[in-house]
Design a protein around this ligand. Structure first.
Ligand SMILES: Nc1nc2c(ncn2[C@@H]2O[C@H](COP(=O)(O)OP(=O)(O)O)[C@@H](O)[C@H]2O)c(=O)[nH]1
Ligand SMILES: [Mg+2]
Ligand SMILES: [Zn+2]
Length: 332
């Protein structure tokens, strides 16, 4: 029996990396019966081409499903496509929600762009504790620094289409992943991989090649939990007059009192995510009686699973909390 890491999944086949070698495996019947999900990144016990056990995960990102990740590297382009702080904040908050550290990488540094961008990037994200990197995959600028950030870790690269993710992977891996023109953007989703795959750079340095992140909407979190994703907003929460303050226009809101200390684009993103969270809460609420029975079912049947597999069920737990929140509202 050996323990290796699943680096690729193709229909029923699970490819396990063990001691630098690849093993094509299937799941044992007993494991299939448990209906346990299996992800790229999972460590598995296997023997003679059969996986019998999936080990506990340290973390997990759904859609695209990948587990045991050390960091998320958020790639943006300084230009072409235009840098979007809104999109950047979304990726940052997403990483924060899954409790995975993030590094910010700004690619296409060879293009001439507004210097104010650099200033703005550092003034917003350095105080929040993020490592910031400027690179050019084209002219090989900052690639050594990029390599250092990756060293000894398993990193997920994320970022919008066309920012240079594949080009950056190529520049440190010697691989030749397909890169494409920005104008291909509209054809997104029709091309390339639909699954995650772990690419080994060296013994303990790995990059997860993802098809991109679908549904990055914050439609699974409670509105008053959104500020937990924004430390610079959350730090004032305890001074707000009302415990359930959403820091929008409530009376006695300490965030609004300190609003000039919060970056404008960050606050705007916060409001956006709160709106998404509210939408979801409304949806759950409108399900009415269905919601209640789902809640009961949840308590009876699935609660045990949650305590033993906490991270994986983060989404379910959120749902449960929304039910609880709605119940509390009914009592109020
Ligand atoms: N000028 C410039 N173009 C780049 C750079 N990196 C990538 N590109 C180009 O941007 C386009 C998209 O790159 P790609 O790596 O496919 O982006 P991905 O969609 O994020 O994987 C391609 O035409 C690349 O040649 C860079 O550092 N500078
Ligand atoms: Mg790509
Ligand atoms: Zn407030």
């Amino acid at each position: 029996m050996s323990i290796g890491q699943i680096y690729k999944i193709h229909s029923d086949f699970y490819y396990v990396n063990y001691d630098g070698k690849s093993y094509e495996c299937k799941l044992r019947e007993v494991l299939k019966k448990t209906k346990q999900s299996v992800y790229v990144g999972d460590f598995a016990e296997f023997e003679n081409g059969a996986i019998s056990k999936i080990l506990d995960r340290t973390n997990y990102i759904p859609r695209p499903s990948v587990s045991n990740v050390d960091q998320i590297i958020i790639i943006s382009a300084v230009k072409e496509p235009e840098l979007s702080f809104s999109q950047l904040n979304r990726y940052i908050s997403f990483a924060k929600y899954y409790d995975i550290s993030a590094v910010l990488c700004f690619n296409k540094n060879d293009l001439s762009f507004d210097d104010k961008i650099i200033e703005k990037v550092f003034s917003i994200y350095e105080p929040l504790g993020y490592d910031i990197l400027f690179t050019s995959a084209l002219e090989k600028l900052g690639i050594e620094e990029f390599r250092e950030v990756l060293q000894g870790k398993t990193s997920v690269l994320c970022g919008s289409s066309g920012v240079g993710k594949s080009s950056l992977i190529n520049s440190v891996s010697g691989l030749n992943l397909r890169t494409k023109e920005v104008s291909d953007k509209t054809q997104r989703g029709t091309h390339t991989t639909r699954h995650c795959e772990i690419i080994t750079i060296d013994n303990n340095t790995r990059i997860v090649d993802t098809p991109g992140f679908s549904n990055l909407k914050f439609d699974f979190i409670l509105p008053h939990d959104v500020d937990k994703l924004f430390p610079e907003i959350n730090k004032y929460r305890k001074e707000c007059k009302f415990q359930d303050c959403l820091h929008i226009n409530e009376h006695g809101c300490a965030v609004k009192e300190h609003i000039d200390e919060v970056d404008e684009t960050r606050y705007k993103s916060y409001l956006e995510f709160v709106a998404e969270a509210k939408e979801y809460k409304e949806k759950v609420k409108n399900q009415g009686t269905k919601t209640e029975s789902a809640h009961k079912k949840y308590n009876n049947e699935t609660a045990v699973k949650i305590s033993s597999r906490k991270r994986q069920s983060a989404r379910n737990t959120q749902k449960q909390r929304i039910y609880k929140d709605l119940e509390d509202e009914r009592i109020d």
